[in-house]
Design a protein around this ligand. Sequence first.
Ligand SMILES: [Zn+2]
Length: 109
Amino acid sequence: MRDVEAYKTIKVPLWVYENAKEVELTLLRKGFSHIPPEVLQPQSCPICNSELKLTKGRNEYLHCDHCGYTQQFFEPAKGAPEGVMLGTAIGMGLVYFLNRLYRRVNGEK
Ligand SMILES: [Zn+2]
């Protein structure tokens, strides 16, 4: 499997950076309790609706063997760990966005 914990560099406009920092700080302050389970620990892939499998690295991840989608498995009980950083905040925001873009109604595929 690919090394999903490898780092990539991206360049974003200042407003995007500032919004990401705001999300990061709010996650650290409020924890994960207000974030829905389909974002923290989804059962199925938001893109193709296939089953997600748990894999381990330094963190735990959910991976779709069908389309390759991967996201971190977030433990809501732990709240926001000290390791939550800007990249995690951005990643969680993109999981929200993918859920919204591919939203299914009543089990639709
Ligand atoms: Zn998938």
